[in-house]
Design a protein around this ligand. Structure first.
Ligand SMILES: [Zn+2]
Length: 193
């Protein structure tokens, strides 16, 4: 059921709306130098993105300072850093550390996720994601604790409710790792996939 959301136009439109809200927060804060931020999005051509929803994923919202030209990219629920796959795909396909569930494996196959890419994603979830300020601040709130070996599958389990609501909340919760300041994750994300 989760997987159908990848190609659901209503769901991608919702994520795009959330990204616009996150971008508005960034814009209203302005640049550190005091300058105003102007829209300067990065064009994106995500891999494994169903045609029906492609327009909703065609750019990463970003800004450029009118004074110092410094970039400010807002948090995102659509893109997990610079990965070429959608955040939703990275979460769903990586679920299960010890061997993909049939559903996750099918999805990975449909989206054309290479085995090496999947290994890199899983390595990121298990080794780098636990080092992020987000996880360090939040992991104690999960009761019982979420073993890092079970990321992100066990995280998916903890966000309960109807699939679209649970996944939206999970992606919003994850969104701080999609921008700078979450060093270990950012290093890995720069390598792309
Ligand atoms: Zn500036």
């Amino acid at each position: 059921m989760c997987h159908a959301l990848l190609e659901a136009p209503k769901f991608s439109a919702l994520l795009l709306r959330i990204d616009h809200e996150l971008a508005e927060q960034t814009r209203s804060e302005g640049c550190r130098c005091g300058g105003a931020l102007h829209r300067a999005d990065y064009p994106r051509k995500p891999r494994g993105c169903p045609r029906e929803v492609r327009p909703d994923y065609s750019s990463r919202l970003s800004f450029c300072c009118a004074e110092c030209r410094k970039r400010s990219t807002s948090k995102s629920v659509r893109f997990l850093g610079r990965r070429v796959y959608l955040a939703l795909a990275v979460v769903l396909v990586s679920a299960r550390p010890t061997g993909p569930t049939p559903a996750a494996a099918r999805l990975g196959h449909v989206l054309g996720v290479a085995r090496r890419t999947l290994q890199r994603w899983r390595g990121w979830w298990r080794e780098l994601f636990p080092l992020t300020p987000l996880w360090r601040a939040a992991c104690a709130r999960f009761m019982p604790p979420v073993p890092t070996d079970d990321l992100p599958g066990e995280l998916l389990e903890r966000f309960t409710g109807p699939a679209h609501e649970a996944l939206t909340r999970l992606l919003v919760w994850l969104s701080p790792v999609t921008v700078g300041g979450q060093a270990p994750a950012a290093i890995e994300l720069r390598e792309g996939c």
